[in-house]
Design a binder for this molecule. Structure first.
Ligand SMILES: NC(=O)c1ccc[n+]([C@@H]2O[C@H](COP(=O)([O-])OP(=O)(O)OC[C@H]3O[C@@H](n4cnc5c(N)ncnc54)[C@H](OP(=O)(O)O)[C@@H]3O)[C@@H](O)[C@H]2O)c1
Length: 161
């Protein structure tokens, strides 16, 4: 299982149920990487999408504790085990945990690869991701530096050691 996300310099990932950075090249990378795959997310992340609609051409799995939550076009799961059972039909490389903070934390133990876009800027945020550079279980195996309108960022790949 993989994770994909973007972080600020402080490992912030969101504020007011929105992303911190909206950079086209990063959005395109996310789209290309997850297209045709299974994406696992929390209820709040689904609701942060335009009109709270699932991502097209991907199998959208949404985690909630609510028993009567059933938006159109998503597979609803109520706990981690239910998600793990559902995604068994996929090659684990084809499953992407796409957020947010609660769901990244829950699925971290099941992931071996993290596609991380690192923006070289700080922004106010209210959701964070664990600092992988201070975590002995993960190593950065690829870094591709990019820039957009003076904002520097890197496409990186972390793998479990
Ligand atoms: N930077 C990035 O790449 C990135 C990517 C995705 C999201 N984000 C940001 O992350 C923020 C949202 O993250 P978040 O942590 O607030 O919310 P979240 O992880 O998207 O969703 C949290 C919800 O998931 C459900 N949930 C959590 N643990 C559960 C469990 N053990 N069993 C069943 N359901 C469970 C609950 O839904 P119910 O309340 O319905 O029970 C909970 O309220 C937003 O700002 C968003 O923009 C950033």
């Amino acid at each position: 299982m993989n994770m994909i996300l973007s972080v600020s310099l402080d490992w912030g990932i969101g504020k007011d149920n929105d992303l911190l950075f909206h950079v086209k090249e990063d959005m395109q990378f996310f789209r290309r990487t997850t297209m045709g795959k299974c994406v696992v997310m929390g209820r709040k992340t689904l609701e942060s999408f335009p009109n709270a609609k699932p991502l097209p051409k991907r199998d959208n799995v949404v985690l909630t504790r609510s028993e009567d939550y059933s938006p159109e076009g998503v597979t609803v799961c109520h706990n981690v085990q239910e998600v793990l059972d559902y995604v068994k039909k996929y090659d684990s490389d084809d499953v992407f945990v796409i957020g947010g903070a609660q769901v990244y934390e829950l699925f971290m133990p099941y992931c071996n690869r993290i596609y991380l876009t690192k923006f070289k800027a700080s922004k106010p945020c209210d959701r964070y991701f664990a600092n992988l550079d201070e975590n002995n279980e993960w190593k950065c195996v690829m870094t591709v530096p990019r820039e957009y309108n003076g904002l520097e960022f890197e496409f990186t790949l972390y793998e479990r050691k």
